[in-house]
Design a protein around this ligand. Structure first.
Ligand code: NAD
Length: 257
């Protein structure tokens, strides 16, 4: 432990499991007080409990991050617990739809945009005023390699992640002079429920993502902790002059294609 987040109050959406869960644990180990905002009650409570039993400080807030009411209520509770000071927000919650574009529906488009993009709008809007009042803060958004590399069967997902990139850049430039840094972490395929389902579904549509292809593209599958480490860098003072950046965590996939 290096105490890189000592005493910092952090909100992590999607912090119950997967790479978000790994981030909740890592940030807490680095001294942060962590509010886990997630739709999964059991996993969220279990992650918070595990952190506390290891001497860290975390609590769970149930919310669907695509719902304005639920986000408002969760961030009000976080603000109360943190006495009105939130230092860092990790907008990690998100999901994927894998299917041919012509089979996707308007409802699916709206749902995915709400979960992956509107969620960042709602969470950031809810947290930013407290950051500004307190002189600054850091925001990290989870984008993806899919923001820049098109994948067949993922038109909706790629579009949503392209929006995350520009949300990140535009927030950074609008609030830079008020102490806010906003960056994105952009992983390749990660060993999480999301990543493993995505690979399975892409294979069902004969998209080239066999073990061999993953090896060719990114050497091996990314571990959730490797995404958490990159998010920690962007959320902490270690990245104090990094703003509006998109950090690819893909072992060179992007530069190799
Ligand atoms: N897994 C990958 O291969 C991969 C690659 C690139 C980017 N990503 C991005 O990472 C994020 C997914 O994380 P993961 O891979 O750790 O997956 P995961 O499925 O293991 O975890 C996602 C977490 O987000 C939560 N969540 C989902 N929808 C939510 C909602 N509406 N409200 C609140 N919480 C919600 C889930 O309950 C879960 O705890 C997404 O933003 C995804 O686009 C994943």
């Amino acid at each position: 432990m290096t105490d890189r987040m000592a005493g910092k109050n952090v909100v992590i959406s999607g912090g119950a499991a997967g790479a978000g869960g790994a981030a909740s644990e890592l940030f807490a180990r680095e001294g942060a007080n962590v509010a886990i905002v997630d739709i999964q009650v059991k996993a969220g409570a279990a992650t918070a409990e595990a952190i506390c039993s290891n001497g860290g400080n975390a609590f769970f807030l149930e919310a669907d991050v695509s719902s304005s009411e639920q986000v408002t209520a969760a961030i009000a509770k976080a603000n109360e617990a943190f006495a009105g000071r939130i230092d860092a927000l990790f907008n990690h919650a998100g999901t994927v739809i894998v299917k041919p574009f012509l089979e996707t529906t308007e409802e699916e488009w709206e749902w995915l945009m709400n979960v992956n993009v509107k969620s960042m709008f709602l969470m950031t809007k809810a947290v930013l005023p407290s950051m500004l009042d307190n002189g600054g803060g850091t925001i990290v958004n989870t984008s993806s390699i899919s923001a820049v590399a098109g994948t067949p069967m993922e038109v909706l997902y790629c579009t949503s992640k392209g929006a995350c990139h520009m949300f990140t850049r535009a927030i950074a430039i609008e609030y830079r002079d008020r102490g806010i840094r906003c960056n994105a972490v952009c992983p390749g395929f990660i060993r999480t429920a999301h990543g493993l389902r995505e690979l399975k579904e892409l294979r069902q549509y004969s998209v080239d993502v066999s073990e061999e292809d993953i090896c060719r593209l990114q050497g091996r599958i990314c571990e959730p902790e490797e995404v958490a480490s990159a998010a920690l860098f962007l959320a902490s003072a270690d990245s104090s002059f990094v703003n509006g950046e998109t950090l690819f965590v893909d072992n060179g996939m992007l530069v190799g294609t």
